[in-house]
Design a protein around this ligand. Structure first.
Ligand code: NAD
Ligand code: FE2
Length: 381
């Protein structure tokens, strides 16, 4: 058997409590003189954001911020951000926040140097080669949630505000030059965001681990990522100031995103249309649809999940793992059905059609047909 694959591993990561202090040094090291800090509306008024701007300002890099960013950021947010970047004469982006701030920040740095519309760079085939890669501004990423792993990813998820679809935009240079993982920044997350983002990290590891593609490095990382979530997410949820738990969840989040180079699956394929149409929280949506997708995939992953269960110290093979997921969800206050997140049954056909063409569907270990997607939505809602 001949094995061929393309593997890319992440960016330089500066990991540790208090390391946000190094922000200005890293910006300067990658050549920034006038960075634009991009974050979401909610974070724009928080103390951690003010502190980051103070650090930039004190080092002579100014305190420019763009924060017209919605959760599940849109092409409109992107257009406004690119305008702010160009009008302000900026030369780099500090992408600051949860997945929303990080993704939009990365996309602003990318689009600042492009003339084609963003949809031309969707993660399809080699579309990314259409980009003018010299025009991409450097990015320093600072995650403030522990879930998406966007800080070590080469993609950005942008919602098309006209069609209400979530599109994955890809370019190798979306990868930040430097990422600062400072767990102290995540201490103020509300419980519902701690659980939702933590379950996103878990979903990344679980789906990467379950996907059928060949990527043994990611396989190992996914497995250890699940173990970290198992040990530390309930702790971080119970006591948000538990820095050891927060730090390990930050690792798990980055590991999930590194691992999902191996593929994602139907948890994400179902979650993307729900998030695009109902604006639900991405990780929380994943957590709700996780058990039905596990059951759907069972014929293809039963043995694999049994090995994972053994590694995680869970007895009972696949069934034991399934029960563990149910208990974890309960412990983290995750609702059982999507209806609790405001999702109705009236748009199932449309969402199922979107789910099967979502780029993540190809990584699901069992083929996600239109019928299957409809049935799964009925069960999840
Ligand atoms: N690029 C990728 O690879 C990737 C992977 C998964 C998800 N995503 C995308 O990421 C987005 C979701 O990101 P998220 O789950 O991190 O949520 P988010 O960025 O939307 O943040 C959720 C909420 O938490 C608040 N918040 C963030 N950090 C905080 C802190 N430290 N203290 C208090 N409040 C805080 C924000 O203001 C916001 O209101 C979605 O758009 C999703 O599609 C991207
Ligand atoms: Fe995700």
């Amino acid at each position: 058997m001949t094995i061929t694959a393309n593997w890319s591993y992440p960016t330089a990561i500066k990991f540790g409590a208090g390391r946000i202090k190094e922000l200005a040094d890293h910006c300067k090291a990658v050549g920034m003189k006038k960075p634009l800090l991009v974050t979401d509306r909610g974070l724009s008024t928080m103390a951690i954001t003010k502190e980051a701007l103070d650090i930039l300002d004190a080092a002579g890099l100014g305190r420019a911020m763009f924060a017209e960013v919605d959760p599940n950021p849109t092409d409109r947010n992107l257009e406004a951000g690119v305008k702010a970047f160009r009008d302000g004469g900026h030369d780099g982006v500090v992408a600051f926040g949860g997945g929303s701030g990080l993704d939009l920040g990365k996309a602003v740095a990318f689009m600042a140097g492009q003339t084609r519309p963003v949809w031309d760079f969707e993660d399809i085939g080699d579309w990314w080669t259409r980009a003018n890669s010299d025009g991409i501004a450097p990015i320093v990423a600072v995650p403030t949630t522990a879930g998406t792993g966007s800080e070590v990813g080469r993609a950005s998820v942008i919602t098309n505000s006209e069609t209400h679809t979530k599109k994955v935009i890809f370019h190798p240079k979306f990868l930040p030059s430097v990422t600062i993982c400072d767990p102290e920044l995540t201490v103020g997350m509300p419980k519902v965001i701690t659980s939702g983002t933590g379950m996103d990290a878990f979903a990344h590891c679980l789906e990467a681990y379950s996907s059928p593609f060949y990527h043994p490095m990611s396989q190992g990382i996914a497995l250890e990522g699940m173990r970290l979530v198992k040990e530390f997410l309930p702790r971080a949820y119970r006591d948000g100031t538990d820095i050891e738990a927060r730090a390990n969840m930050m690792s798990a989040a980055a590991m999930g995103a590194v691992a999902f180079q191996k593929g994602l699956g139907a948890i994400h394929s179902l979650s993307h249309p729900v998030g695009a149409i109902y604006n639900t929280h991405h990780g929380m949506t994943n957590a709700v649809v996780m058990p039905p997708v596990l059951t759907f995939n069972r014929p293809a992953i039963e043995a694999k999940i049994a090995s994972a269960a053994a590694y995680l110290g869970i007895e009972g093979g696949f069934d034991g793992f399934f029960d563990y997921v149910l208990r974890l969800r309960e412990e983290l206050g995750v609702p059982d059905k999507l209806s609790a997140l405001g999702v109705g049954t009236d748009r199932i056909d449309e969402m199922a059609a979107m789910a099967i063409v979502d780029p993540t569907a190809g990584g699901n270990p069992v083929e996600l047909t239109l019928d299957a997607a409809k049935r799964l939505f009925v069960e999840c809602i």
